[in-house]
Design a protein around this ligand. Structure first.
Ligand SMILES: [Zn+2]
Length: 90
């Protein structure tokens, strides 16, 4: 078993509690006001009125949002986490 496999179950349990989905799809999100691009990540919002390409965080959005301090790092983390979802392609 790899270290990634070791860490996955507790993280999945936490995400299930936080957003109701153990395997959420992630998106880059504006976790800090005034940045040119999103510098954080959050689960994709399931609200039908929240457009998929809108990186803002509203009351409708599931937690957690995580600050990554960088647009490049946020985009990378989104790709990593989405690749780790069932059926995700690395
Ligand atoms: Zn939302």
């Amino acid at each position: 078993m790899t270290r990634l496999d070791d860490t996955r179950p507790d993280a999945r349990e936490f995400l299930k509690l936080m957003c109701g989905d153990a395997w959420p799809e992630w998106r880059a999100a504006f976790t800090t006001d005034g940045t040119d691009g999103p510098t954080g990540i959050a689960p994709v919002c399931p609200d039908p009125d929240h457009e998929r390409g809108d990186g803002d965080l509203w009351a409708c959005c599931p937690e957690p949002s995580v600050e990554a301090e960088s647009n490049a790092l946020a985009e990378y983390l989104v790709e990593l986490l989405n690749a780790d979802r069932p059926g995700g392609a690395a």
